[in-house]
Design a protein around this ligand. Structure first.
Ligand code: G2I
Length: 483
């Protein structure tokens, strides 16, 4: 457990570029399905990707100049969450004046290295800017919806999952909503926020996120469960539940955690462990990390884990030494346990999509032809090449010498389990990196295959990915195939 020598790499521009390229390549390789069965990967992100999951960290923009911090971040994690920089006070400090400077620093750092980004958070009673704290009623409801719309629109195409609403339930035995100015605008404020988020960024997964919803027998857990169940029953858009999972002596890791994960998953949402930290040390702490990882691995729809910070001294609870790295960058026992547990997961088969064969199972029995798809999908787009998806270019941001392209992939009348978008680049253009997908080839005809976390698209639904290129974008006609 020595300090990694990469932390001492000379930071010349050329070395940084080379290092970034190496990291991007490593990340791409790690995220491919084609890792050999049971390979022992040496980083958290690569180990998680073997079973199609991500492993992320909360990141603070003001730490991106700390080389020990950044080296760990770039080496170990393939997803990030902004610890404070996308919150309401940071992004809308004055009403209708938005500031994305620090959020962008984190997003750009992640995207340029092929990491996914979790958005945190669009609507919350806490960390509201002063102008919002003093608002109530209709004016507040409208301001909140405007905030959700503006922020989710700004980051459209770059966010893997949004914590749309954070911490809306009260602690204790009542299962009631938490009193707040947002709650006082009416009980439907949560679903209103989710609808606005879906409209603003249809490609992001939309999560409800909370703490103390880990223990299946706690009233707050049941309250969150009932919210998700109600939303699913009524068609309110929700795709995931975020369990913050801050564990300490007052809120310990519960033995029924796996029951909680599987119960939420059974409602038809992804489960994400969003802010994991476990106070303690040594083997006790390591065992709890192992248990959490194993519980997630046991639930197919537990799609990823984020720890709330990189090193102990980066933690909001640094005194409880709750993370995986010491301040000097050394790996802790908890790190070794976490990595070993991730490596013990059943790998996603190399050619997973064809062999899992969703076409032979679900479609005949669940009879999608009798419901919505026939009326909607066929007229809109005949699937190219017999595939059940379409792809389109949403935007191209061009600057002298380079561009960023965002694309949408939409499933046809059947859900996809994987997809590939093929596209001829203009002459002289080259892909430098991609997010929310894996690129193969960089010039001429290039292919983008889904990332481990976004291959499954529901019938008629869509996801987004993007890439950065050199040269000039434009005139690109993507085609999509899926299984
Ligand atoms: O409290 C732990 C987490 C619980 N779930 C929601 C998360 O968003 C929350 O994160 C924490 C951050 O880790 C802290 O860094 O949220 C706190 C605020 O509620 C953050 O603390 C704030 C301090 O209160 C401010 O004084 C400080 O200016 O961090 C700010 C930036 O360092």
């Amino acid at each position: 457990m020595t300090h990694q020598s990469v932390g001492r790499r000379t930071r010349t521009g050329r070395a940084l570029l080379a290092s970034a390229a190496a990291v991007a390549v490593a990340a791409s390789a790690a995220l491919l399905y084609a890792t050999s069965a049971s390979a022992a990967e040496s980083t958290l992100g690569a180990a998680a990707a073997q079973s199609g999951r991500y492993f992320g960290a909360a990141v603070a923009a003001n730490k991106l100049s700390d080389s020990t911090y950044v080296n760990i971040l770039n080496r170990e994690f393939n997803s990030v969450t902004a610890e404070n920089e996308m919150k309401l006070d940071a992004t809308e400090p004055q009403q209708n004046q938005f500031n994305f400077t620090n959020g962008d620093r984190i997003v750009n750092h992640a995207i340029s290295r092929g990491m996914a980004v979790r958005g945190h958070t669009l609507a919350w009673h806490s960390q509201q800017p002063g102008w919002m704290q003093s608002m109530e009623g209709t004016a507040l409801r409208q301001a909140m919806l405007n905030h959700v719309t503006q922020v989710a629109s700004y980051y459209r195409g770059k966010i893997h999952s949004w914590d749309v609403v954070n911490e809306a339930f009260a602690d204790g035995s009542t299962g009631a909503r938490r009193d707040s100015n947002l709650q006082r605008t009416g009980n439907d404020w949560i679903e209103a926020a989710f609808r606005a988020a879906r409209a603003a960024d249809p490609g992001a997964k939309l999560c409800y996120n909370d703490y103390n919803i880990d223990n299946w027998s706690w009233a707050k857990t049941q309250a969150a469960y009932n919210l998700v169940r109600d939303f699913k029953q009524r068609g309110v858009p929700i795709d995931c539940i975020g369990l913050q999972s801050h564990f300490n002596s007052g809120s310990p890791y519960p033995s029924n955690y796996r029951t909680t994960l599987s119960s939420f998953a059974a409602l038809g949402v992804d489960v994400q462990i969003t802010e994991l930290d476990i106070e303690g040390s040594g083997s006790t702490q390591a065992n709890t990390y192992r248990n959490v990882v194993n519980d997630c691995l046991a639930v197919a729809r537990c799609t990823g884990i984020t720890v709330w910070g990189v090193r102990d001294c980066d933690s909001w609870r640094s005194g409880g030494t709750p993370l995986l790295f010491e301040c000097n960058g050394n790996k802790k026992q908890a790190y070794d346990a976490t990595l070993a547990a991730l490596n013990s997961a059943t790998p996603v088969p190399t050619t997973a999509p064809p062999t899992t064969a969703p076409p032979t199972t679900a479609p005949p029995t669940t009879a999608p032809p009798t419901t919505a798809p026939p009326t909607t999908a066929p007229p809109t787009s005949p699937p190219p090449g017999g595939g059940s998806c379409t792809a389109s270019v949403i935007s191209i941001d061009q600057w002298p010498g380079g561009f960023v392209a965002n694309l949408r992939v939409t499933a046809g009348s059947a859900a996809t389990s994987s997809w590939t978008v093929t596209m001829a680049l203009p002459s002289g253009a080259a892909v430098t990196n991609a997010w929310n997908s894996q690129a193969s080839g960089s010039t001429g005809t290039v292919r983008f295959t889904n990332a481990p976390w976004n291959g499954q698209i529901g019938a008629g639904q869509s996801t987004q990915f993007g890439f950065q290129g050199t040269g000039t974008g434009g005139g690109m006609t993507p085609t999509c195939s899926s299984s």
